[in-house]
Design a protein around this ligand. Structure first.
Ligand code: SAH
Length: 210
């Protein structure tokens, strides 16, 4: 799988190495395991998906994660992205709003011995104020705006990667860098993430189609 990422422009050795260490088939249902190493998003239940590997790789590269960094992830889902961040040496704080997904990610992190990953059940658009500020923030669901609490929990010289779009399932992947108390914003291209639902996100979830 990692070899297939190189032709897609993913050259960051640390990211490729980290992704090589995480067994993606352990993050999906047994029936989907044969597809776990192809470059596709996969359903994880409750209308949610685990992003395709090239997307996970691209976001991890853009985040510029280094060992020992405190990283906040919003949208734990399966825990796959959190595991990749942990393999990069980060201390990961990840928030999920759907209880069964939270519970299974928690169980998976313990089973796979990712003790440097802390998982919380709550509305991630509020961030995780008790654990902040964070060197990096990664949001893996798309909302209409950048949640103010997340901006406030980003440390000086911090980087946040977040999909933002006024239409559901159509976002611009956005990079925010905080420098001398100011925020600088850059668009990294189009993306299609599931809804970020919460007090600083969409108020309701997209009804499931198909
Ligand atoms: N990063 C995950 C995939 C995320 S899918 C992985 O590697 O598997 C997006 C996730 O964001 C879903 O699980 C969804 O429930 C969650 N989510 C949406 N809005 C949220 C919010 N306000 N707070 C926390 N999680 C949220």
């Amino acid at each position: 799988m990692v070899e297939s990422l190189r032709p897609k422009g993913i050259e960051d050795r640390a990211v490729l190495q980290a992704m090589g260490k995480v067994k993606r088939h352990l993050f999906v249902d047994e029936a989907l395991q044969p597809q776990a190493y192809s470059d596709n998003a996969l359903p994880i239940g409750y209308g949610q998906t685990i992003s395709k590997p090239s997307r996970v790789a691209g976001m991890t590269v853009a985040l510029q994660v280094g060992p020992g960094m405190r990283v906040l992830e919003i949208g734990t889902g399966s825990g796959y992205q959190a595991a990749v961040l942990a393999e990069m040496g980060a201390r990961v704080f990840t928030v999920e709003r759907i209880k069964p997904l939270y519970l299974s990610a928690l169980e998976r992190m313990v089973r796979l011995r990712y003790f440097q990953v802390k998982v919380k059940l709550s509305d991630g658009t509020m961030g995780w104020p008790e654990k902040g500020p964070f060197d990096r923030i990664l949001v893996t669901a798309g909302g209409p705006d950048i949640p103010a609490p997340l901006l406030n929990q980003l440390d000086e010289s911090g980087i946040m990667i977040i999909p933002v779009g006024r239409k559901k399932r159509e976002q611009g992947l956005t990079r925010i860098r905080k420098q001398e108390g100011k925020w600088y914003r850059q668009n990294l291209g189009r993306a299609s993430f599931v809804d970020l639902v919460g007090s600083h996100g969409w108020k309701t979830e997209q009804p499931k189609t198909g």
